[in-house]
Design a protein around this ligand. Structure first.
Ligand SMILES: [Zn+2]
Length: 250
C-alpha cells in the first residue's frame, strides 16, 4: 500500500500507461544490483533510485576521479578521492529515501559473483572491461537473473538485455557481433560523456520494463547508437550458439 508521500512522489510515473500503483509496488519490492559506477552504472542507478527501486546494490571498489566526472553523475569534484560507493550512496539517499542502498566495495570476480547475484532480481552491467562483463554473464546465466548490458566506446554505445531462458548469453552475443576476443586495453580509450548517460538511461528503462512486467523487451536484439552519425542500429535475432556451455545448460 503506497503512502500519501509515495503517491505524490511517483505520481507522474504512475500516470504512464501500464505503470499504475500495482506496478509501482512491484518496483518498490524489487532488488537491483548495479555493477560499476564510473560509467553507465551511475546514470542507471540515478534513474532506478528515482523510479523507486526498493533495494539498490552498488558495486565498485575504486575512488572518485575528476577525470571521469564528464561521464559520471553521482559524484562531484568535492568527492575526489572518496569511495565511489560512498559518494553514490549519499547522492542517491538524498534523491529518494524510499530506496535502501547496499554498498559492495569489492571487485566482481568469478568467485563472488554467484553469491552476490542470488541476492538480487536483476543485474545492471556498468563495468568497463569485457572480462568483467563475461563474468557477470556467466553468473547471471547460472543463477537465472536478467543482465542488462551496456558498452560504450568513444562516441558509440550498445545495450543488450539478457534474459536467461529467453535470450542468448553475452558470450554468444559478443561472438556474433565480433567482439569476443577484445582484450583489456592498456590505456582507457576516449569516452563521450553523453553516450555514457544515454546508455545508462536505456539500461534503467529496460530494467523498469522487466521489473514492472511492462511491454516487450527485445531479448534477441542489441541496440547501438553512434552519437557522431546520429544513427541507431538494431542487431536482431541474436541466438544462443549450439556449443555455448552457458546457454546449453538451460
Ligand atoms: Zn551463450
Amino acid at each position: 500500500m503506497l503512502s500519501a508521500e509515495q503517491l505524490e512522489r511517483y505520481r507522474r510515473q504512475m500516470e504512464l500507461p501500464g505503470l499504475g500503483a500495482a506496478a509501482q509496488e512491484k518496483l518498490l519490492a524489487s532488488r537491483v544490483l548495479v555493477l560499476g559506477l564510473a560509467g553507465t552504472g551511475s546514470a542507471a542507478a540515478r534513474y532506478l533510485a528515482g523510479a523507486g527501486i526498493g533495494t539498490l546494490g552498488i558495486l565498485d571498489c575504486l575512488s572518485v576521479s575528476v577525470g571521469e566526472l564528464h561521464a559520471e553523475i553521482l559524484s562531484t569534484a568535492a568527492d575526489q578521492g572518496a569511495k565511489r560507493t560512498a559518494a553514490a550512496e549519499r547522492h542517491l539517499g538524498q534523491l529518494n529515501g524510499d530506496v535502501r542502498i547496499v554498498c559492495h566495495e569489492e571487485a566482481l570476480t568469478a568467485h563472488n559473483a554467484e553469491e552476490l547475484f542470488r541476492q538480487y532480481d536483476l543485474i545492471i552491467d556498468g563495468l568497463d572491461d569485457w572480462q568483467g562483463k563475461l563474468v557477470a554473464s556467466d553468473a547471471c546465466m547460472l543463477v537465472g537473473k536478467p543482465l542488462i548490458h551496456a558498452g560504450v566506446s568513444k562516441y558509440r554505445f550498445q545495450v543488450f538485455t539478457m534474459v536467461p531462458g529467453r535470450s542468448a548469453c553475452l558470450r554468444c552475443v559478443f561472438h556474433q557481433i565480433g567482439m569476443e576476443d577484445l582484450s583489456r586495453p592498456d590505456a582507457p580509450a576516449g569516452l563521450h560523456g553523453p553516450a555514457v548517460g544515454m546508455a545508462g538511461a536505456l539500461q534503467a528503462s529496460e530494467a523498469i520494463h522487466l521489473l514492472a512486467r511492462l511491454g516487450i523487451t527485445g531479448a534477441d536484439e542489441l541496440i547501438q547508437f553512434d552519437c557522431l552519425r546520429r544513427e541507431f542500429d538494431c542487431v536482431r535475432e541474436l541466438k544462443p550458439r549450439p556449443d555455448c556451455p552457458d546457454c546449453s545448460i538451460r
